[in-house]
Design a protein around this ligand. Structure first.
Ligand code: G1P
Length: 301
């Protein structure tokens, strides 16, 4: 397939979940708005899409999440007050999110699974290839993973998933993939299974929450029966795409992640992300490092 400039125009961010793993804060604050240092987690994800050349983002949201839309909306009054008072750096911060991408939203209505969430993007995306970014997975801010996935789609067509190796006892928490090397050094996905029961895994490759999808996935999701956990699973529709004719949008390739990834859907992963990102912050890093070193972590007097 001949390479195109940037055939992936849209990013879809499923963000309708209630975030029960993060109660009590998620009773009134969406988990996507929890800060990593000083920036809501969702902004890292929108910035990642923007770095891959995608400037149209669709949130698949729910009625308790309107503050995410507000965050990416223009607040002309706040910006003009700050600029009037000469506080241009603060005004720039207030405008930073909205400058990354045009953020739209659609409601999921019922929590029927990731496949169902992605299907809600159908009328926005139409028949274009699109990226899906799960906001519990935060890639390091320098990651070029999504751009590499967009290039992989340009090279092979079809869909592209991101994989990481995990220890055998963790694979049942993820989508699981079997892969084989292509003659030109790429990776072709040969089988996919969502959350395999212990002892039934295909490999140690776990699906990370980044996808570049052919719009053919929508036709499959419309008729996708429920799978693991009684939910409509994106992984199950992708498993069918593996064997579909490339002329009909079939074929799935993989990219192995090289960059750091934080699982911020988990409390420990969230804390780790905050510490690691704060240590890299020019202002906060040196003082935080000194303080961390001063802690007597063994509790000695
Ligand atoms: C989802 C996907 C799964 C993938 C995971 C990555 O699962 O269904 O295939 O491995 O995201 O974070 P969830 O974590 O929503 O249960």
């Amino acid at each position: 397939m001949s390479a195109q400039v940037n055939p992936v125009e849209y990013a879809v961010i499923p963000a309708a979940g209630r975030g029960t793993r993060f109660l009590p804060i998620t009773k009134s604050v969406p988990k996507e708005m929890l800060p990593l240092v000083d920036t809501p987690a969702i902004e890292y994800v929108v910035a990642e899409a923007a770095r891959a050349g995608i400037s149209d983002v669709l949130l698949v949201s729910s009625k308790s999440k309107t503050c995410i839309e507000d965050y990416f909306d223009r607040d002309a009054e706040l910006v003009s007050l700050l600029r009037r008072d000469g506080k241009d750096k603060l005004a720039d911060l207030a405008e930073r999110g909205e400058a990354l991408a045009k953020v739209h939203s659609v409601r999921q209505g019922e929590p029927l699974g990731l496949g169902h969430a992605v299907l809600q993007a159908k009328s926005h995306v139409g028949d274009s290839a699109f990226a899906v970014l799960l906001p519990d997975d935060i890639m390091h801010p320098t990651s070029e993973l999504l751009a590499e996935m967009v290039q992989t789609r340009a090279r092979y067509g079809g869909s592209v998933i991101a994989l990481m190796e995990v220890p055998e006892d963790q694979i049942s928490a993820y989508g699981n993939a079997a892969v084989e090397e292509t003659e030109d050094g790429g990776l072709k996905v040969t089988a996919l299974k969502e959350k395999p029961a212990p002892g039934t895994q295909l490999s140690n490759y776990a699906v990370v929450g980044r996808y570049v999808l052919d719009p053919a996935v929508f036709g499959l999701l419309e008729h996708q029966p429920t799978g693991a956990g009684g939910e409509i699973q994106l992984t199950d529709a992708l498993a069918t795409l593996i064997d579909l004719d490339p002329a009909q949008g079939g074929g799935v390739h993989a990219v192995i992640i090289k960059d750091r990834r934080f699982d911020t859907g988990d409390k420990l992963g969230y804390l780790t992300a905050n510490v690691e990102l704060a240590l890299e912050d020019a202002q906060l890093g040196p003082q935080l490092r000194t303080w961390l070193k001063s802690l007597d972590l063994d509790g000695n007097q």
